[in-house]
Write a protein that binds this ligand. Structure first.
Ligand SMILES: *[C@@H]1O[C@H](CO)[C@@H](O)[C@H](O)[C@H]1NC(C)=O
Ligand SMILES: *[C@@H]1O[C@H](CO)[C@@H](O)[C@H](O)[C@H]1NC(C)=O
Length: 411
């Protein structure tokens, strides 16, 4: 669709990556990041999300079965995403700044997709090749260790990074800041070392910069008018970003969700359970909230929504939307209520996805398989923009809390 591509590539809403320096306070490292909405074709958001879900599932099954190739395939499409969260990360000394996608679904950090790697006196090439395949995108190159800086203040010496000699599918970004579980780096080096590559978080922790091996993530609902940066904190949680207390839940034991940041949860629409307690994942690389196909059918029926051909999303009239009920997520015994407004795509961005202004498009969609397959939901941005999340490596758990945006009516 060349016409649509041309049209939509002009509809770019990019909130400038914050120039604020990282603040280190009480052993907490704060990294601001920016949301970018860049929809280049009709139906792209759902297509990307469903392809990622299928790839995560396939990868998780392969890992669980011990079937990964030596040349590891982390089959996670992150290429050409319509909505991305991007942080500025420095590499080298003096540092060159790269725009990196923040990804909890993969764990290698690498540069060179856009801006070329600039070697400095701190750059040391290892004898390893590194390659990761993300669905239809990929990168391969060499492993270096280098000084990585998260803003102006904080540096991590000798961080392993990939330097792409070849990459495809990453327009508009320079690479990835992988903050998934460290085991996802196993088998990404050749010759195979048999060990994982410590992530940025692991190194901050082992070097004593942070006192807890955990990450707090704050996303905020964004519309064109509002400049709302997200914030990633390494080493703890930022109490200014959430309200009440954090509920933790153990990482799920159910495969393939257990290969990622996987949890158990159940979901009600109004008072009706549409998804009984089951396993899925929390993922910053997914835009929507995806649920098992049977739960999705129940949701569509209950809301009366129709599948919209242009956007790929469910569509409601404003009169129907006025009757939409909350979705209640029960996680670790606590209820997290996603309001009707939280289920809507921001209306000021309707035209950016091929929608019309008089309708409401829903961010709830189909993960592509029925429940019981071990990856029955993905709590993506649409969920994370309403609830603060904590990824706790040390204690093998994920936490959530409400925020001042949980009940916001910005959409
Ligand atoms: C938007 O996406 C298109 C196609 O993937 C890409 O060519 C372009 O560079 C992107 N723009 C921005 C600002 O990221
Ligand atoms: C999650 O759900 C699965 C399947 O119902 C169950 O076996 C498991 O004990 C639950 N809890 C955890 C932490 O995995």
């Amino acid at each position: 669709m060349p016409l649509a591509s041309t049209l939509f590539s002009t509809l770019v809403i990019a909130l400038a990556v914050s120039a604020n320096p990282v603040i280190v306070h009480d052993n907490l490292v704060r990294l601001p990041f920016a949301k970018q909405v860049n929809v280049t074709s009709f139906g792209q958001i759902l297509r990307n999300d469903q392809a990622r879900a299928a790839a995560l599932r396939a990868h998780g099954h392969a890992r669980a079965a011990g079937n990964l190739q030596k040349d590891a395939v982390i089959s996670i499409p992150v290429e050409n995403q319509a909505v991305t969260y991007v942080a500025s990360v420095g590499v080298g000394s003096p540092a060159t700044t790269y725009s990196l996608l923040i990804d909890t679904g993969s764990s290698n950090t690498w540069v060179g997709a856009g801006k070329a790697y600039v070697k400095t006196s701190t750059s040391v090439q290892t004898s390893n090749r590194v390659s990761v395949t993300y669905g239809s995108g990929d990168f391969s190159g060499t492993e270096f260790t280098d000084t990585v800086s998260l803003g102006s203040g904080l540096t991590i010496p000798k961080q392993s990074i990939g330097v792409a000699s070849q990459s495809q599918g990453f327009s508009g970004v320079d690479g990835i800041l992988g903050i998934g579980p460290v085991d996802l780096t196993l088998d990404t080096l050749s010759p195979a070392t048999g060990s994982s590559i410590p992530t940025v978080t692991d190194n901050l922790f082992s070097q004593g910069v942070i006192s807890a091996n955990e990450i707090g993530v704050s996303f905020e609902p964004t519309t064109e008018e509002v400049d709302t940066n997200g914030e990633l904190t390494f080493g703890g949680t930022d109490s200014s970003k959430f309200t009440g207390s954090i509920t933790f839940t153990p990482l799920t034991t159910t495969s393939p969700a257990s290969e990622f940041w996987g949890i158990n949860q159940s979901i009600k629409y109004g008072t009706t359970t549409i998804l009984s307690e089951t396993a899925g994942i929390v993922d910053t690389g997914t835009t929507l909230l995806l649920i098992a196909s049977n739960a999705f059918s129940a949701y569509q029926k209950a809301t009366g929504a129709v599948a919209d051909e242009n956007t790929g999303l469910l569509r409601l009239t404003t009169a129907q939307f006025a009757k939409v009920e909350s979705l209640t997520f029960t996680i670790g015994g606590t209820s997290f209520v996603l309001t009707a407004n939280g289920q809507a795509w921001p209306r000021s961005l309707n035209s950016a996805i091929g929608g019309t202004s008089g309708n409401v498009y829903l961010i709830v969609n189909n993960v592509g398989t029925p429940s019981g397959e071990g990856l029955d939901f993905i709590n993506g941005f649409a969920f994370l923009e309403r609830f603060y999340a904590v990824f706790d490596t040390a204690n093998k758990r994920v936490g959530f809390a409400t925020t001042s945006f949980t009940d916001a009516t910005t959409n």
